[in-house]
Design a protein around this ligand. Sequence first.
Ligand SMILES: [Fe+2]
Length: 235
Amino acid sequence: MNRSTFLKTTAAATAAAVTAPLDQLFASGTAAPHQLPALPYAFGALEPWIDARTMEIHHGRHHQAYVNNLNVALATAPEHLKALPIDDLMRRIGEVPADIRTAVINNGGGHANHTLFWTVMRPAREGNAPVGRLADALTRDFGSADTFFSAFDRAALTMFGSGWAWLASDAQGRLLVLSTPNQESPLMQGLTPLLGLDVWEHAYYLHYQNRRAEYVTAFRRIIDWDAVERRYAAI
Ligand SMILES: [Fe+2]
């Protein structure tokens, strides 16, 4: 069995193992509340900065597992919570019953964070830089784009263990950099995440091993600033 066949076989086995109980949990003809979104580009589109195999495993196994486990956790949740889009569910985490709240934070956060992550990256380009009203706001709130990048990189590099670095906005459009541990989302703090960098080892270890700083630096080349700007404009 070659590597490609192995990946497909193990992924199919994993999906089958999880699908059976999900079908039973939502057997009334209702689809599971959350689904894995398709990647908006090919697995290899971000090479050489993020390799295709990392993307394939990260999206197809890690993100899929968050979605599956979230659906399992929500099986006993009130119907109005099952019907919420994932970002709204994370904003309203305080309404989630205590017995499933940790599972929803871990797996709902994982689903929300990765869904954003895929959409704020694109193939590398020269001179990649913030654009539009967001670029103006970065200068207003950080002093310069370089100062923003310093703060963002520091957030990514000083996160001990697994977590995320974020550029986020408050309700008034003020920008801030923060980090969150594990799969916690800025949405849980009433903030709107605009740009997120996954610094779990599963996001970079195959290519960079323990060299997180190289991965953080490489990320600048593949940020889709047009997508980040659109997120900011929607606030
Ligand atoms: Fe991840």
